[in-house]
Write a protein that binds this ligand. Structure first.
Ligand SMILES: Nc1ncnc2c1ncn2[C@@H]1O[C@H](COP(=O)(O)OP(=O)(O)OP(=O)(O)O)[C@@H](O)[C@H]1O
Length: 332
């Protein structure tokens, strides 16, 4: 299978005010047809630089980037026609044009005939529920709807490679859910490939087949969400609700195994985060022996965000600390 995107040995250094910043350091990866790959990393880790290099907005220092087998430096136009990118959201579109005018204009730039462009624009407007705003200039729309117009403009020529930098910015919960379903469906039905950055871990977890984690311009991990879970976070949180209150030796045994116990009027709630299933079996057996009927059980795996923090932690403790703090403050 020929990958839709191949990036090999990408390097990019910025020079500004006499200082140089190595933004991307020898990055290599590929994305196959039908695959959605998330690019994660703390602020300044090189995500946007990577995307900009792929769509030719940044001249790379060294490296090779191919889109559908075409070298973007030597077959620039072909690569451009195969790519649809939203890098700075609504800043990419014309604010004094309506959604329809914008979409038709961008379709024309990528060679879609006008009649076909109008049909596709209407299709996108319907699918993204932009009908109500059809006659309004984009500058009058909400941030979320502007973001949808920007995405529609980038995808109207049906590119095989889709690059999205923070596509959920400004979208409300319902819009994010809808966007997720739509993007997944697009990639699956057209066998496109998508590279997406986001600080919205739920979005990444729901939509991505694979995740690349960047740290200080380098790829520190490249895996499926499941594999990341397996490698870095085999822990689960068990939440049991049992009838009555464990007493005496049963309670002591549970506490020794690190279960936390909360007693309510007629039942008890036992919680434990562990990767050791024996601990769960032992607790269940001893509760059953002592006549405490299990009422409910809930098992949750660590979220992608925890895995991400864990991965960075293994690379650098100070960075992980700042990410953990930002997460705690709801910034991530
Ligand atoms: N035009 C530029 N001139 C100078 N330095 C730059 C420029 N663009 C990016 N950088 C620097 O390159 C590094 C990588 O930046 P980049 O924007 O690619 O990171 P990012 O992971 O996308 O960050 P964020 O999550 O904040 O968007 C940072 O140190 C940044 O300050």
């Amino acid at each position: 299978m020929v990958p839709v995107l191949e990036v090999a040995g990408l390097n990019k250094t910025y020079s500004s005010k006499g200082e140089t910043v190595k933004a991307v350091n020898n990055i290599s990866f590929s994305v196959n047809p039908g695959e959605i790959v998330g690019v994660l990393g703390p602020n300044g880790s090189g995500k946007t630089t990577t995307l900009k290099s792929i769509c030719g907005l940044n001249a790379m220092d060294t490296g090779l980037i191919r889109v559908n087998g075409e070298d973007i430096e030597h077959q620039q136009w072909a690569a451009m026609l195969s790519t649809g990118a939203v890098l700075e959201g609504a800043r990419n579109v014309y604010w004094r044009l309506t959604p329809q005018e914008n979409i038709v204009y961008f379709a024309g730039l990528k060679g879609v005939p006008r009649n076909e462009a109008c049909l596709r624009a209407q299709e996108l407007i319907d699918r993204l529920s932009l009908n109500k705003y059809c006659d309004q200039q984009v500058r009058m729309l909400s941030k979320g709807n502007q973001q949808k117009v920007a995405i529609a403009c980038a995808l109207v020529h049906r590119p095989s490679l889709i690059l999205l930098d923070e596509p959920t910015l400004g979208l409300d919960v319902d819009m994010v859910r809808d966007m997720k379903d739509w993007l997944r469906q697009l990639v699956d039905t057209r066998l496109s490939a998508m590279l997406v950055t986001s600080h919205d871990m739920d979005f990444i977890e729901a939509i991505c087949d694979r995740v690349i984690i960047l740290y200080q311009g380098e790829v520190i991990s490249q895996n499926s969400v499941e594999e990341l879970r397996r490698q870095f976070s085999p822990q689960k949180t068990f939440d049991l609700q049992v009838q009555g209150h464990p007493s005496g030796s049963v309670k002591a045994d549970l506490e020794t195994s690190q279960w936390s116990i909360e007693e309510n009027a007629t039942s008890s709630r036992l919680t434990l985060r562990t990767g050791d299933l024996d601990t769960l079996s032992l607790a269940l057996a001893s509760l059953e022996q002592s006549g405490h009927r299990l009422i409910d059980i809930n098992v949750t795996s660590d979220a992608l965000e925890d895995i991400f923090i864990h991965t960075i932690k293994r690379t650098s403790s100070p960075a992980a600390e700042s990410i953990s703090q930002a997460s705690a403050g709801g910034e991530q």
